[in-house]
Write a protein that binds this ligand. Structure first.
Ligand SMILES: [Zn+2]
Ligand SMILES: [Zn+2]
Length: 207
């Protein structure tokens, strides 16, 4: 007897890395809707664009590692686990390139449409199960972007740049100074300290 072709369903189930499959979209059919059911999954998805703030972010297309647990609960699906992303950016003090890895915990309830949770929540404050699927990308994006530092630093004690020559202070000898400017600044500081009256406000308009 000729072997029958492999059933299509098996092929679909084991091919999580099909190029056409969207790895952010989790298929809930295996988990099912019986409260208490649980499924663990690990996968790698590529980072979309715009996961960034001014000075640091996740490069578009970079590998995002997901280690998640899905739990079926009465109201929907509870997603918990860990998201790991690479970061690239530059130091807010000295502008040196920064490379880092960010690992974040997530825990979020995706409510079923028509559940009490959905009915009692504002539309924009509850994530919803979409039929047999769950879109993980908005949760991952919010979690990552809200965790990005607005002032990333290359090292905690980065001394920044010399205000006079613009070089990284950490690359310069500890006694690095520009002798000419020091007295000048000292003079300015003295002058400001000894003249508290504010100049120039004599064009008083009618009031
Ligand atoms: Zn720095
Ligand atoms: Zn300098």
């Amino acid at each position: 007897m000729p072997a029958a072709p492999a059933p299509r369903r098996d092929a679909a189930r084991t091919s999580g890395r099909r190029p056409s499959a969207n790895p952010w979209r989790l298929d809930l059919r295996e988990l099912g809707r019986r409260a208490g059911a649980m499924q663990e999954l690990e996968r790698t998805a590529s980072a979309p664009e715009e996961w960034k703030v001014e000075l640091i972010g996740v490069p578009a297309g970079a590998d995002v590692h997901l280690r998640l647990r899905l739990e079926s609960v009465m109201e929907g699906v509870l997603v918990s686990g860990e998201i790991q992303v690479p970061l690239v950016g530059s130091c807010a003090r000295c502008l040196e390139p920064i490379e880092d890895t960010l690992t974040l915990d997530v825990q979020e309830l995706y409510a079923y449409e028509g559940s009490t949770t959905e009915a009692t929540s504002e539309e924009d404050e509850v994530r919803l199960v979409d039929g047999d699927f769950l879109d993980l990308e908005p949760l991952a994006r919010d979690t990552v972007v809200l965790s990005l530092p607005l002032s990333p630093v290359c090292t905690e004690d980065c001394a920044g740049l010399c205000v006079d020559c613009g070089q990284r202070l950490d690359d310069l000898p500890a006694d690095h100074t520009h002798e000419i400017t020091d007295p000048r600044w000292a003079g300015l500081a003295d002058r400001f300290a000894s003249s508290p009256d504010t100049p120039g406000d004599d064009t008083t308009k009618e009031n």
